[in-house]
Design a protein around this ligand. Structure first.
Ligand SMILES: [Zn+2]
Length: 103
């Protein structure tokens, strides 16, 4: 899993293809993880009235997308990129495959 909360990503498919947004949460840490991107992949949900006298309403929620449908945007070169990993001493760091900068 190479995408973390707070990363800027570009959407590669779906109705928001080509748009960019910030990852607001990562749903699980597995390789097949899903992420929620702020303001993207919104779906309308019809919320029913729970009590009498209350109105049902339509709310928009961001739906999680598969990690493979987003691409990280490098904060250094500003381009969508694949992420590489580099071992830096004891820690593993993420690097941009395009400009080699640490992300
Ligand atoms: Zn870069």
């Amino acid at each position: 899993m190479n995408i973390k909360k707070g990363d800027k990503v570009k959407m590669l498919s779906g109705k928001d293809r080509g748009k960019t947004g910030k990852v607001s949460s990562v749903l699980n840490k597995a390789e097949t993880g899903r992420v929620i991107v702020e303001g993207l992949n919104k779906v309308k949900k019809h919320q029913r009235a729970r009590k009498q006298g209350q109105k049902g309403q339509i709310i928009e929620v961001e739906r999680a997308v598969n990690i493979s449908t987003v691409q990280l945007i490098c904060s250094s070169c500003g381009k969508p990129t694949r992420v590489g990993n580099k071992i830096d001493g004891e820690t593993k760091v993420r690097i941009c495959r395009k400009c080699q900068a640490q992300i």
